[in-house]
Ligand binder design. Structure first.
Ligand SMILES: Nc1ncnc2c1ncn2[C@@H]1O[C@H](COP(=O)(O)OP(=O)(O)OP(=O)(O)O)[C@@H](O)[C@H]1O
Ligand SMILES: [Mg+2]
Length: 408
């Protein structure tokens, strides 16, 4: 089997130096490029198995290109050559997703062995992904839904995605709030493409093509943003979303979906494709009314057993208590998120999720609990991630009050 190689350097002599080192009969140099904006097109045309580049202490352009190749052409493996292996340079390369970094090889034999081992290992990884294509348990699809605007769905979806990525999980975050999605604001990213370009331009999507429409956040989360303007929302049909989700679940450990505050064909598709529905509610009577109605619709859709109820902005000063929520909407509370306007809004305005910018806050800790529960599978079997005792105490207190009233 031949391994096609492309060499990228702005210095002709460096390209020649590498070419001279590649004399193995299995290795074929199919092209070279000086880097820059045209290079991705050339990679697209040549589809090399391996791209070799030089990384020096600055390395910004090379790392940028590395990141883009990994994202757009995951079947092309990047090898970075360095003069001296230094921790700093290695860390930078790792951050860009490059794991194959070596010092300039001393002999053609050593180089050939290295290239072949990189290619072989990557092929095994890709093949195992392909083999697992239909195994749903490799991935969890988690939809964050809520029956009213402003409940904190996007806050929870973004922070949860970042937290899961921190735990070394492969995470996709999909903005299905197709008209007014704002995940890009929460994460301060500028998407080149969005879900509407994907829906319009790709007819038979695969994981490579889908990933090329995603934007990588610094946490490692791959984000598929909502259309740039509301009129493009209708380009994204429920059928397209269904096929998108079935592709994403073959590659990512977690697919986190943010939704608008209403049922539509697209949101129902996401709900049906989910392994868990994080149903966000809050402590006011109007939210609870809508939540109750939505849960009964979940019942009709036969999706209720996947629902895990999260009470956001859970504060003790509200006249409606957490225990009341459980009673009113008839669903056990799975998790609760405290109210912290300052932390939540500062994070939003800065575009840095609070699990990063205020990692020690109670808000972050509550998201950590939810992430941990997902990782342990507690969501699957309904094990709660709240302090159940407190709810119990309140129940008793109500009992006590009722008795007191009876005496009066
Ligand atoms: N636990 C919390 N404590 C305080 N403020 C919060 C909390 N959760 C969310 N917020 C704030 O509430 C506002 C609405 O949050 P968010 O945008 O996440 O809601 P949403 O449900 O996605 O709304 P929409 O349906 O409009 O998309 C934001 O300003 C956010 O910072
Ligand atoms: Mg939102």
């Amino acid at each position: 089997m031949k391994i096609n190689i492309m060499i990228i350097s702005k210095f002709e002599n460096k390209i020649e130096e590498v070419k001279n080192l590649i004399i193995d009969e299995e290795l074929v140099v199919v092209g070279a490029a000086p880097g820059g904006s045209q290079t991705l097109d050339k990679i697209e045309n040549l589809s090399p198995d391996v791209v070799i580049m030089f990384l020096d202490t600055q390395g910004g352009d090379v790392l940028n290109l590395t990141e883009r190749i990994i994202l757009h052409k995951p079947r092309t493996h990047v090898i970075l050559l360095v003069e001296y292996m230094e921790v700093d340079i290695l860390q930078k390369a790792n951050k860009a997703g490059a794991h194959n970094v070596i010092e300039f090889p001393k002999s053609p034999k050593e180089f050939a062995e290295y290239i072949k081992s990189v290619h072989y290992n990557e092929m095994i990884r890709i093949n195992s992904l392909n083999e697992n294509q239909n195994i749903a348990w490799t991935s969890r699809v988690v939809t964050v839904f809520g029956a009213k605007g402003g409940l904190g769905k996007t806050t929870i979806a973004t922070n949860l995605a970042v937290k899961l990525a921190e735990q070394k999980k492969k995470v996709a975050l999909i903005d299905l709030d197709l008209q007014f999605g704002d995940i890009h604001v929460f994460l301060d990213i500028e998407p080149a493409d969005t879900i509407s370009e994907l829906a319009q331009q790709v007819f038979t999507p695969n994981i490579d093509s889908v990933r090329s429409y995603m934007t990588v956040h610094s946490s490692g989360v791959h984000v598929l943003c909502a259309p740039k303007s509301p009129e493009y929302a209708e380009l994204v049909s429920a059928e397209k979303v269904q096929s998108l989700l079935s592709i994403l679940r073959t590659y990512y450990d977690y697919v986190i979906i943010d939704t608008p505050p209403y049922f539509s064909d697209v949101t129902i598709t996401a709900i049906e494709a989910s392994s868990t529905i994080l149903f966000v509610t809050g402590l006011d009577i109007s939210i609870l009314k809508n939540s109750k109605l939505s849960l009964s619709l979940m019942d009709s859709l036969q999706q209720r057993d996947k629902v895990r109820l999260i009470v956001n902005r859970a504060v003790d000063i509200s006249s409606i208590t957490i225990a009341d929520v459980q009673k009113i909407i008839g669903c056990p509370i799975w998790a609760k998120i405290p109210s912290d306007y300052k932390v939540a809004v500062t994070a939003l305005n800065r575009g840095i999720p609070f699990v990063i910018s205020s990692a020690g806050s109670k808000l972050s800790q509550s998201i950590n609990k939810v992430a941990k529960a997902l990782i342990s599978g507690a969501d699957d079997i309904g094990i709660q991630c709240i302090d159940d005792k407190k709810i119990h105490k309140r129940r008793k207190l109500f009992g006590f009050l009722r008795k007191k009233n009876e005496y009066i």
